[in-house]
Every structure is written in C-alpha cells, then in structure tokens.
Design a protein around this ligand. Structure first.
Ligand SMILES: Nc1nc2c(ncn2[C@@H]2O[C@H](COP(=O)(O)OP(=O)(O)OP(=O)(O)O)[C@@H](O)[C@H]2O)c(=O)[nH]1
Ligand SMILES: [Mg+2]
Length: 375
C-alpha cells in the first residue's frame, strides 16, 4: 500500500464524517463551541463512543446513504465491498453492481477470526466465490481477513496494490461489517498518520463519507453502512448486542436431536425439528446466548411463561419493541448438508441423512433461509 498522507480536518467530524455544529446537543454532529478548535476534531457522540462505549443512536437518513453510494458509479474508483463472514447473506449488498457502474469491485470478507479455529480457509473461499457469483456480483478479487485480529491482512494489501491503479478507493458495506476498523488498520500499520476513525459494536457508527488522503492525491473513503432491517442485529435493543454478537471464535454447540424437539436461542428465536430421523445439529451462534431445549409440544407455553426470564434476554420490556415472530418452514432434502441461516444470529448446520423439516420462529422481517453449508 502506498503511503497515506497527513489529513486535513474540516468542519466534519474526523471520527464519523458528520457535519459539526454547536447549536443542538440533540442533533448529530454536536460539539460544544469551546471544543471546536481542537485537532483532530471529533463530535461529542464519537467522544462518548470512544471513552464510555456509549450506545448513542442517531436518526440518520438512509436515502442520503444510498445517494452517496449512487454517486460512486460516476467516479473512477476501486470499490472495496466488505461483508461480515458471520452474517454473509445479511451483509452482502444485493444489486451492488447497479451502484458502482463499471468500477472494479474487490470483495473483502471480514471477521474470519469468529469462525472456529480448525476451519479450512480455502474451502470457505470457494464457498464465498460460489455465493457471490450466484448473487450476480462481479469481483476482481476476493480476500478473507480479520481486520480486528490482523489475520490475512497481507492479502488485503496485495489486492489493493494490484487493483487500485491511481484511483480512489471507496469502502462500502452494510453497517457493522468492519469498514472503519479495516481502514484504521491501514492507517495504523501502513502510514505515519495520527488518525483514527470511530468504530463500535453498534451499527450506524459512521455517519457520512470520511476521506483519508493517499500520497498520490487520491483518497480512501469510509462510508456509512447500509441498514438492512433483515438482520436481527438491527432489530434488538443495542444493549443486547454484546450478547448477540460474538467477539471470540465461536465454539459450536452440537446436539443429537430426535424430531419433536425444540430449541430456544434466548427469547429471540425458536428452532423446531419437526420431521425427520435422528440427526446432528451444530449451532454456530454467540456463546453468550442462552440455549434452552424442550419438546415442541411444550414450547409455546414455555415461551408464554418464561420469555425474557428463564429463556434469557432480551427482557420482557425490550421484547415489546421487537416485531412478533413469524414461522419459516424449511425442508432439507435427503442426503444434503445445509445451514439454516438466521441473519444477525448465526446458523445451524443440519446433518440429517433422511432429510428434515425445520420450523424457525424469528421476529418478522428477519432473513431466515437455507444455504449450502459454510463449514
Ligand atoms: N471479531 C471481529 N470483529 C470485528 C472485525 N472487524 C471489525 N469488528 C468489530 O465489528 C464492529 C463494527 O466495526 P466498525 O469498524 O465500526 O464497522 P463499520 O462497518 O464501520 O460500521 P458502520 O460505521 O456502522 O457502518 C466493532 O465492534 C469492531 O470491533 C473483525 O475482523 N473481527
Ligand atoms: Mg464505520
């Protein structure tokens, strides 16, 4: 990667890109007038995220984000599309090609560190290639990495060097996939710049485009994430994200189940094995989530009596603000090894030789689907 230049901060926040203002503490970009002259200048919200890990949420206009994305098509740039390997189908921008025009797309699959240690990275890479192709995404290259834990980052650098030419780089993706974390690693490990973008576990951290200048006059541009309400992570209260999102490699939970059994994942999702011979079910979900096993015939009354309590979070009060469940009936064909994917939660690998009928209950709108097994 060629050197990154020292940055000039303007009237925008150096952490999240928002326009700064000193008039309304309630609105995005607030900074007391007395603090305006500091360098680099960050808004009060970024300050609070960094120092107190506060879950400050601001109302942002999605249309503005999409407009910003829409302008990329008329630039000459390299587009780096970051997806979260832990929420692949939930974080892939469908129709990205429409936004980026003829610009080359480099697909960076982040959060590789969350998968169990003993995985075969080549197999995962092939899987990603196949899925991206099926989605109609044309990519010049696909790299897997962990921006946070510094795994495979040399491949990111190589791919950037190979494909950037003398272009700007737009970093795009859904919220929370690690766009700003990845750019921070570039700044920290590949430049002398004293600069840090704000990152947090809460989706919607970056609020506007942030330009990080490169020494050939071009720039790397961090962008706000696209909000997909089909992800459970966008639906739960922010206070619950620490439980829902793993931060360490997942230790999969393996269950040998007979049909007629039901598992609750916290009070958020219910998984019923309705029909099929005894089989093996591997849960790739946050290990902080409470898993409770019961019989299907008891599941409904158990939920009535114990949601938000014995079953685990979110609390009864928080559940009031989460859409009610809808049921997804999924049939896994005989001899197939497939994942039941629940966006923002993880997936359940089903290994049932004779096939299986599964019912998943999840908040309305959350993406639930079958896919070829990732692992
Ligand atoms: N485990 C793991 N976590 C990561 C990785 N990269 C980023 N994260 C975490 O993911 C969360 C979101 O990271 P950000 O860099 O703020 O994500 P973003 O894509 O910029 O998000 P928005 O600004 O909301 O669009 C933070 O908690 C990061 O620490 C990674 O490689 N592995
Ligand atoms: Mg960001």
């Amino acid at each position: 990667m060629r050197g990154l230049q020292q940055v000039q901060t303007g009237p925008a926040c150096a952490g999240c890109g928002v326009q700064l203002q000193s008039d309304s503490p309630e609105l995005p970009g607030f900074l007391p007038a007395a603090a305006m002259g500091r360098e680099p200048v960050i808004c009060q919200r970024c300050f609070r995220i960094r120092h107190y890990n506060e879950a400050a949420s601001v109302a942002v206009d999605q249309d503005e984000f999409l407009k910003l994305l829409g302008t990329i098509g008329s630039t000459d740039s390299l587009v780096v599309h970051i997806v979260d390997l832990y929420d692949f189908e939930g974080s892939l921008i469908s129709g990205l090609q429409r936004f980026v025009g003829n610009n080359p797309v480099l697909l960076v699959v982040n959060k590789l560190d969350l998968l169990p240690k003993a995985i075969n990275v080549n197999r995962i890479r092939n899987w990603v290639q196949k899925q991206a192709k099926a989605e109609g995404l044309r990519t010049v290259d696909i790299v897997l990495c962990s921006a946070k834990r510094n795994i495979g980052f040399e491949h990111v650098i190589e791919a950037l060097e190979r494909h950037r030419g003398d272009r700007d780089v737009y970093v795009v993706g859904a919220t929370n996939v690690g766009k700003s974390t990845l750019i921070n690693r570039l700044i920290r490990d590949y430049s002398d710049m004293e600069r840090e973008l704000t990152t947090s576990r809460y989706p919607g951290t970056t609020l506007d485009a942030v330009h990080i200048p490169l020494d050939d006059g071009k720039a790397i541009i961090d962008t706000p994430g696209i909000v997909y309400e089909t992800r459970l992570t966008e639906v739960v209260p922010r206070s619950f994200l620490g439980t829902l999102l793993p931060d360490k490699p997942i230790k999969p939970l393996v269950y040998q189940l007979n049909s007629g059994q039901s598992l609750f994942m916290g009070s958020l999702v219910r998984f019923d094995f309705v029909e099929g011979d005894r089989g093996s079910f591997t849960f790739y979900i946050s290990n902080a989530l409470n898993v409770h096993r019961t019989k299907i015939e008891r599941a409904e009354s158990l939920y009535e009596d114990h949601r938000g309590g014995l079953l685990g979070g979110p609390t009864l009060e928080e559940l009031e603000n989460i859409p009610a469940w809808t049921r997804h009936s999924l049939r896994i064909k005989r001899g197939m090894k497939q994942d039941v994917f629940i966006s923002g939660l993880g997936w359940i690998q089903v290994n049932a030789a004779s096939g299986a009928l599964i019912d998943v209950y999840a908040p309305k709108g959350v993406k639930v689907m079958l896919r070829d097994s990732l692992i």
